[in-house]
Design a protein around this ligand. Sequence first.
Ligand SMILES: Cc1cc2nc3c(=O)[nH]c(=O)nc-3n(C[C@H](O)[C@H](O)[C@H](O)COP(=O)(O)OP(=O)(O)OC[C@H]3O[C@@H](n4cnc5c(N)ncnc54)[C@H](O)[C@@H]3O)c2cc1C
Length: 448
Amino acid sequence: MAMPSHVKYLIIGAGIHGLSTAWHLAEKLEAQGKGGGRDILVVDKTAIAAGASGIACGVVRNNYYQPAMRELMAQCVEVWESDPKAFSYHPVGYLQISPEAMRADVATIHLQQQAIGYDSAFIEGAADSTAYMKNLFDDWQARGITSVLHEKKGGYANNTASMYGLATKAENLGVRILTGVKVTGFTTGHNSDAVTAVETDRGAIECEQVVVGVGPWINQVWNMLGLPKTVTIKDARGELHHDIPMWTYLALEEGTLGVDPNFLKTNAGAMPPVIHVDTDAPLHSDVDGALITDQMWGIYYKPDFNFGGIQGGAMPVKVEAPADAVAIDPYGPESPEFVVDDNFAHMWCSALAFCHKRFEGQIKHYKNREPSGGLGCFTPDSFPVFDRFRENVTVIADSNHGYKMIGVGKLVAEELLGGSSALLEPFRFSRYAEGKLHPTSHSPFPWS
Ligand SMILES: Cc1cc2nc3c(=O)[nH]c(=O)nc-3n(C[C@H](O)[C@H](O)[C@H](O)COP(=O)(O)OP(=O)(O)OC[C@H]3O[C@@H](n4cnc5c(N)ncnc54)[C@H](O)[C@@H]3O)c2cc1C
């Protein structure tokens, strides 16, 4: 495909956000008689699904302690449900299984899910929680659990397949997707801060609006845009915290136990919901009984034919280096630095055995020859920033919550056409200085 020298809307990144924005924007332009897909160009330095969206576990859930996240996720689940086949979406539901320290938080989530009409059941107390889980899996044996939130909606989707589904929807409306084009900088107008052209390794492209959806590469593009490398945060007491780095990296730990995915069917013979377990019960090795941790820990898992086994993950590991010093490329399984090691396999497989008897002694099937895991880029509060900068640059920086956020592109498209989205409002960059922070939960994960 020839490189255009001018386009109205230029979208950087062919992951979930870039592609969803392109598809929805094309639809809206056409519906409003303002143009169509031909006005939109998506560029990606590598390929469709070359970033986090192409390696994500693919879990789609509503379980967030932050009201704004829940409302946004409910909108996103509607988009997933709009075409499960095209998105390779499996609406099996989701289980959040928690210890006493999290019970009150999760009870709030359930109440608010009821308020927004998001179907879920909440089971409380150790005995009732165990009975509920045993009714699903007769070999359930996790300890330290006093609540179960069962979201009846949500589930998971197959990462790369869903990106191609989105790309097809966009291309069918005339959107052009150019891969192998790397953005290297931005040209600014004479009398304003607005971007007039995007510079790439294949030449400059003049444009009117830019959308940035570059996932873990956001720190690089943020630097190109000259945006602040640190922020001041006002906390709940009104105290100011200066010079907080805007971006930090975490290594996401995921892997696959190479057994038949049918190994984790429910008692009723059905595919189970995605399972997330947090507990403060000590975790011992399934190999030699040694203590792995006596701190709160958590895992998630699901049978997945795409990954070829039981796939899931555990808590992420902090990357200590400052953002500018972190090597994002080669990304994902190709990274020599940010793939999981034997410690992850040992912990995660032991944790599976802690939950279900059927996983005892199964660590030998862990797929240790297939590198897995990948980097995620996080904001100071680990929640997304969706905002407009430099007058005409919309940044979608999801702080690693994003695979499930297929609906954000729809809201961004509305804003590009002059609307304003109440769902996106709590995620503006100004919240740090204004102290409009999201509440934090007792979960051991930074994304709950
Ligand atoms: C291991 C792992 C598991 C995860 N699991 C889940 C999950 O289960 N559920 C969930 O909701 N989220 C999950 N996430 C988070 C989720 O994957 C990301 O938040 C989301 O995919 C980000 O989407 P994106 O479109 O912003 O970026 P990406 O999917 O990363 O796409 C960005 C694209 O931008 C391109 N690009 C970068 N720089 C440039 C440039 N200079 N010029 C041109 N193109 C460029 C890249 O090549 C890439 O294709 C997971 C993340 C990881 C790493």
